[in-house]
Design a protein around this ligand. Structure first.
Ligand code: SAM
Ligand code: SF4
Length: 327
């Protein structure tokens, strides 16, 4: 077997985020412009078989955990077929999916039956009017109903991710945190990244995690906990006394995790991106469609994985939207 995948700084790469589409049924204010995005032509998007083949070639090099993301993965037709193909790859231990939740009540049992382990649900408000305003769409998404449906289907542990925006939804931080008292859910508060062309949101809308945690302290005493058993991510977790779940913070703006970064991203059009920010990407689609082995291309991508990302790139708009690289 070949040597495990490590980047030039010795970080081993076990976790792949797979974007299956750049499209979405929402237009979240922090993620996509209201209009004017150009979608990738269908021919440029990897088929489910091509994605599974990529994973089959990465697994012997140490890949163990996958996340299916987008855009919105649940709007790509029959995404459960991809789940089943990935489930069949030896050595893959964990398959998760990130979703805006709008279609989750309908799809959770099918996804679970295909072999999905768990879901992260993006939920920025518990108020229907506000959900529709932030998503710029009213699809009747109810975060609590979606989380209950996921739990019923056995997609656990359920994580709820809230992007906190000052003056937009930050008054609901405590309400989200209280959900973890009675439900075994993990609510993660994400610092807003005011990226690219979303000029409605600026650095003034960022609520630093220290402030979020201080506000949660008013709900109850928080103790640090290990966090959910299955997770790949950069969150720090805390729990209220006797709570079934936990709260966590993801802090791209105030702390970076680059030193322990264990992930790479596969874009919907088959490029391997080694860092969320910056332009380091290697085309896998061309060798894949030519029937060539991918290992040399993986290794080239990792050799270029940067030590850390420059937040400065956010300020100059180096990234247009997270929907294009899978968040
Ligand atoms: N559509 C799915 C969803 O919303 O969960 C998956 C893709 S979405 C790009 C992945 C994650 O990125 C979501 O949790 C979303 O809230 C987060 N995200 C997108 N833009 C962001 C931004 N500007 N700042 C912080 N988080 C962002
Ligand atoms: Fe769509 Fe997810 Fe981006 Fe919202 S955050 S616009 S749901 S891809």
């Amino acid at each position: 077997m070949s040597e495990a995948l490590r980047d030039q700084f010795g970080r081993s790469i076990e976790y792949l985020r797979i974007s299956v589409t750049d499209r979405c049924n929402f237009r979240c204010v922090y993620c996509m412009p209201a209009a004017g995005l150009e979608w990738l032509p269908k021919a440029e998007i990897l088929s489910y078989e091509e994605i599974a083949e990529t994973v089959r070639q990465l697994a012997p090099l140490g890949l163990r955990r996958l996340r299916i993301t987008g855009g919105e993965p649940t709007i790509r037709p029959n995404v459960e077929r991809l789940v089943a193909l990935l489930r069949a790859v030896p050595d893959i231990e964990d398959i998760a999916l990130s979703t805006n939740g709008a279609r989750l009540e309908a799809l959770a049992p099918t996804l679970r039956a295909a072999g999905l382990d768990r879901v992260n649900i993006s939920a920025d408000s518990l108020r229907p009017d506000r959900i529709a305003a932030i998503a710029r769409r009213d699809l009747g998404f109810d975060p609590v109903r979606a989380a209950l449906a996921a739990e019923r289907a056995g997609l656990a542990p359920v994580k709820l991710n809230m992007v906190v925006m000052r003056g937009v939804n930050d008054d609901e931080v405590a309400d989200f945190a209280r959900l973890t008292v009675d439900h075994p859910w993990h609510v993660r508060f994400i610092e807003l990244m005011p990226v690219g062309e979303m000029r409605e949101l600026t650095f003034d809308h960022v609520v630093p995690s220290d402030e979020i945690l201080a506000r949660l302290g008013a709900v109850g005493a928080l103790s640090p906990v290990a966090g959910p058993a299955r997770g790949n991510g950069p969150a720090a977790y805390y729990a209220f006394p006797g709570a079934s779940g936990s709260v966590g913070v993801i802090t791209p703006m105030t702390h970076t995790y680059c030193g322990s970064c264990n992930r790479v991203r596969l874009t919907a059009d088959g490029r391997l991106r080694t860092c969320l920010f910056g332009d380091h990407e290697v085309d896998l689609r061309t060798p894949l469609r030519a029937g060539q082995p991918l290992e040399a291309h993986f290794r080239r991508a990792l050799a270029e994985k940067p030590r850390e990302h420059a937040l400065l790139q956010l300020r100059v708009g180096g990234l247009r939207a997270l929907s294009q690289v899978g968040g």
